[in-house]
Ligand binder design. Structure first.
Ligand code: K7E
Ligand code: CUA
Length: 675
């Protein structure tokens, strides 16, 4: 085989060529029936056609390595699945790794027509759970998806995600990848430190962002210190019901600092929660009145406060009735938390953003956006300092401040603009550097030291990414046992990377190989994504997901995850009139709806039950009712009911909007609305 592009520069060069030969061969054999015999393909590889392609496309050995490492042949499946925030789309993207193929878009906060999300009565009711004081909101700013955990490991059962803009949280069932619940936090207007879960998912954490008067109250901004407040909410997740139970949830009142990200303790720190903050200056803006602008006013101090929350103690106080109620939400008042040692502060430098716990739960990695170091606190030292009363003072609200040096384990200089940190299986940490546009690999020391053989707490290498990187995600990289292998940098915009598609640039997910040790990170793949802005992503082993391929029973209601009382079985189809109400029992099967005619009078109340009675995996039917804004996606076995007033007169065709069979175009019926 001819070596065309300096393969000898790579240690693994010959191996690469062998691998690509095998990959091409394997692919070729898969296609053998349609594309010539196996011997022909062997001779194609042997004759150097692969080299010719590589040469013609100008690929380097690194490119070929990356291609082989990420290529998932047709029919084969990915090793990992990423759940990505859909940013402003209010959705969740499901992406395979290493292929970086988009597998699904889950409708969450915004309608998604293909899935009928927001185009049936039941899904509209879920969306309405996110109304703000009764007002419909049809966008979101989703930031942080959180997979449910058991013992600090992803269990593949549930997914949660927040909406920063409206302080909402959503619950997605990973049996059918559908959203089941949306809640609007009644005491605040924005959030950010969510969603994060405790190691057994008893609590879904939602930390606030911009301080405001609690609930629906109004207060002049001159009363900022007295009347404005931050918060963190602990939403109780009922796994059996598959829902958050607001009645068993509670919030904690916090000072009007801007709480940012949170992380839940695990293993040694289980039962504790950590949220950082900025704007402890309590800047209130007002540049038009000669005040410092927010970006300066909120960055004057060298230190802000890491909030250290004793969740177990908070639960006890809530159980003891030490709460007040704000807009129906139980809330632990700030003075109660401060007096009972539920809340402590640790000074943290400098404009902090990410707080990430090491896999053993012992160290907290804090990234200050304006500090080239990451600051590592020891949980044990923090707890000891609290026990010893090693405080450097209290803040204006009476919260004890743990002495910085008493909590500090290490500061490691990584580069400019550190944001977020993830971990691997070898004892490395990875931190995104926004201003450097790079990802730093560094070795953990102390009780987290791994098998990498590098000295403790040391910067090992940086890999440039393209372009401004926000979060990063490693395989199961925020759990108690990260996998290593792959890391994805979530870059904001992608200047000069792809074909120009106008002045709004795609976001760019870059897949990085972190399987090796030392200075060996390799960029593998660029995945532009034309929907923004995805902030955070989690990556789970594919075999942990146990999603259904069809619903378990004919007549299934996805909202209750049980058989629907109005399910229509074969032979039960009918149309009944009672006064001004017309009730329709309909089945859908390839390739017809039964009944095929529904006659009503204008102004009638129509109740329409539809069941897809199929049990074949590829037998989804749509139900489009033009003019009435319905488009249902009825997966095999699914049943739903819609109810509406027949307020548009005329003749409408309801039809199947999913290309389900050769006679799909004939899967249609007439809805006749007589005057
Ligand atoms: Cu964008 Cu986690 Cu909301 Cu950092 S956050 S980037
Ligand atoms: Cu059913 Cu098309």
């Amino acid at each position: 085989m001819k070596r065309s592009t300096g393969a000898s520069r790579r240690r693994s060069g010959p191996g690469v060529w062998a691998i690509i030969g095998l990959a091409v061969l394997a692919t070729g054999l898969g296609w053998a029936a349609g594309c010539g015999s196996a011997p022909e393909i062997v001779s194609k590889v042997a004759s150097g056609d692969t080299d010719a392609v590589i040469a013609a496309r100008g690929l380097t050995p690194d490119d070929v390595y990356a291609a082989v490492k990420t290529f998932v042949p047709t029919g084969q499946k990915d090793d990992y699945v990423m759940f990505s925030s859909g940013g402003h789309s209010g959705q969740v993207f499901v992406i395979g790794v290493p292929s970086m193929r988009l597998l699904k878009v889950i409708g969450v906060y915004t309608p998604e027509p293909w899935q009928g999300w927001g185009y049936s009565d039941e899904t509209r009711a879920v969306l309405a759970g996110g109304n703000v004081r009764g007002k419909e909101i049809n966008w979101a700013d989703t930031h942080h998806p959180a997979l449910s955990e058991t013992g600090g490991e992803y269990d593949g059962e549930w997914l949660f995600i927040n909406d920063k803009a409206q302080a909402r949280v959503a619950v997605i069932d990973l049996r059918d990848f559908e959203t089941k619940q949306i809640l609007n936090n009644p005491i605040t207007t924005s959030d950010h430190g969510g969603t994060f879960v405790t190691p057994d998912t008893e609590w879904v954490i939602e930390g606030g962002q911009y301080a405001a008067p609690l609930g629906t109250a109004y207060a002049s901004i001159d009363k900022y210190a007295e009347e404005y407040r931050g918060m963190v909410t602990f939403w109780k997740f009922d796994r059996q019901a598959g829902r958050i139970d607001p009645d068993r949830s509670f919030a904690m009142e916090l000072p009007p600092y801007w709480q940012d990200l949170c992380d839940a303790g695990k293993l040694v720190s289980d039962g504790w929660v950590f949220c950082n903050s900025f704007n402890t200056e309590m800047a209130t803006g007002g540049i038009e009145e000669d005040n410092p602008p927010f970006e300066a006013g909120a960055s004057q101090r060298d230190m802000d406060y890491l909030h250290v929350i004793d969740l177990k103690k908070a639960e006890e106080l809530v159980a003891a009735g030490e709460t007040v109620t704000v807009e129906g939400m139980k809330m632990l008042p700030l003075d109660v938390s401060a007096a009972n040692g539920v809340l402590h502060f640790v000074p943290e430098p400098k404009s902090p953003h990410g707080v990430d716990l090491t896999p053993n739960g012992e160290y907290l990695v804090i990234s200050g956006k304006l500090d080239p170091h990451v600051t590592v606190f020891s949980f044990e030292k923090i707890r000891q300092a609290i026990a010893d009363g090693a405080f450097s003072g209290t803040d204006d609200y009476g919260v004890n401040i743990v002495d910085f040096d008493a909590a500090l384990e290490k500061q490691i200089e990584l580069g400019l603009g550190p944001l977020h940190t993830q971990f691997d299986d070898k004892g490395y940490a990875y931190t995104s550097l926004f201003l450097d546009t790079a990802v730093a690999r560094w070795s953990l020391g102390g009780k987290s030291a791994g098998s990498h053989g590098d000295p403790d707490w040391t910067l090992i290498e940086k890999i440039p990414v393209h372009y401004n990187v926000g979060h990063i995600v490693a395989a199961e990289g925020d759990t108690v046992s990260p996998d290593g292998g792959y890391l994805v940098a979530l870059n904001k915009w992608s200047i000069d990377r792809f074909l120009t598609v106008g002045p709004l640039h795609p976001q760019n997910f870059q897949l990085i190989d972190i399987a090796g040790t030392g200075e060996s990170m390799k960029l593998l793949y660029d995945m532009p994504i034309g929907v923004g802005e995805p902030h955070y992503v989690q990556m789970i082993k594919a075999d942990k997901l146990k999603a259904w391929e069809i619903y378990p029973e004919i007549g299934w209601n996805p909202l209750t995850q049980s058989k629907d009382e109005h399910a229509v079985m074969i032979g039960e189809e009918k149309v009944e009139r009672r006064g001004n109400t017309v009730e329709v029992w309909m089945t859908a099967v390839r390739s017809h709806f039964t009944p095929e005619r529904v006659n009503v009078r204008k102004g009638d109340n129509v109740i329409w039950h539809i069941t897809n009675i199929e049990s074949a995996k590829d037998a989804t039917h749509g139900f489009a009712l033009p003019g009435y804004n319905y488009n249902l996606s009825l997966e095999p076995g699914e049943s739903t009911t819609i109810e509406f007033e027949a307020d548009l007169g005329g003749v409408f065709t309801y039809y199947c909007s999913e290309f389900c069979s050769a006679l799909h175009l004939e899967m249609v019926g007439y809805f006749l609305v007589a005057p």
